[in-house]
Design a binder for this molecule. Structure first.
Ligand SMILES: NC(=O)c1ccc[n+]([C@@H]2O[C@H](COP(=O)([O-])OP(=O)(O)OC[C@H]3O[C@@H](n4cnc5c(N)ncnc54)[C@H](OP(=O)(O)O)[C@@H]3O)[C@@H](O)[C@H]2O)c1
Length: 232
């Protein structure tokens, strides 16, 4: 990876996305940080003000039809060494397939699985050969681990993300970049809750190292924040 990598983080307003933006800045990377509401992202705006040469902000919802075009307009001719599609939601609190409405399921699977893959597919010409296109997945998306008993709808949406990623990867005889599903660990964010085992800093330092480690490998893998291989 180049000595001054450029990364796009989709879903950088808070939690893991914001933490990774901070970790990247500290490591000397240039960050394009996408958030759906900059007005509601005071910490991200402060980071951009403090590091105006390293951080550019893009205001856009992952589900916006023109998201790819907005991102391309913001980034211009610059090539990226890494992209992290990180935005995600938990879905309905009850997590009960019997109670879930078509809107609940549509939104959950659109945000967590279909939209990130579709957006990444539209951004590939921004990514340098040998770069990394990564998705924040979850151990709950692993069919073999079967760890989503308490969040079955969320787990299914991350399994769908992993499935779409594998399908996409298999359309290439030789991948031009690495395609990664990353389990960030159980992290103390709004989603992970206060009892989670990892701080945002611990998780995102690991994710940063994972992104660096897979540059140039041009393969598809499911790994955790410590770069341990996860079963699909
Ligand atoms: N925390 C954990 O323990 C854990 C474990 C495994 C996987 N994950 C995954 O890690 C990722 C980040 O989670 P987190 O813990 O940092 O959660 P979080 O604190 O709830 O943050 C979620 C992020 O996703 C953004 N987002 C959601 N929908 C969006 C949309 N339509 N367009 C743009 N941005 C959108 C949110 O933006 P707003 O601020 O605008 O809502 C926010 O930046 C998610 O994909 C999650 O599934 C988390």
């Amino acid at each position: 990876m180049s000595s001054h990598p450029h990364i796009l983080i989709v879903g950088a307003s808070r939690g893991i996305g914001l933490g990774l933006a901070k970790a990247c800045v500290n490591a000397g990377w240039t960050v394009y940080a996408l958030a759906r509401s900059l007005a509601g992202s005071a910490e991200l705006k402060a980071l951009a003000e403090q590091h105006s040469r390293q951080v550019s902000l893009i205001e856009c919802d992952l589900l916006q039809a023109n998201a790819a075009q907005l991102i391309k307009n913001a980034i211009g001719p610059q090539r990226l060494q890494a992209v992290l599609l990180n935005a995600g939601i938990s879905g309905p609190e009850h997590q009960d397939p019997q109670q879930a409405t078509a809107t609940d399921i549509g939104t959950l699977f659109q945000v967590n699985a279909v939209a990130p893959i579709a957006l990444a597919q539209q951004l590939t010409d921004l990514v340098e050969p040998g770069g990394v296109i990564a998705f924040t997945s979850s151990q709950m998306g692993s069919l073999q681990l079967n760890r989503a008993q308490h969040m079955p709808l969320y787990g299914a949406s991350k399994a769908a993300l992993n499935s779409l990623l594998l399908s996409w990867s298999s359309t290439y005889e030789q991948l031009p970049w690495s395609l990664l599903a990353i389990h960030p660990g159980w992290v103390r964010t709004d989603m992970g809750g206060a009892n989670a085992t990892l701080s945002v800093e611990e998780s995102t330092q690991g994710i940063l190292q994972v992104l660096t480690a897979h540059a140039g490998l041009n393969h598809c893998a499911f790994v955790d924040y410590e770069n341990k291989t996860m079963p699909w």
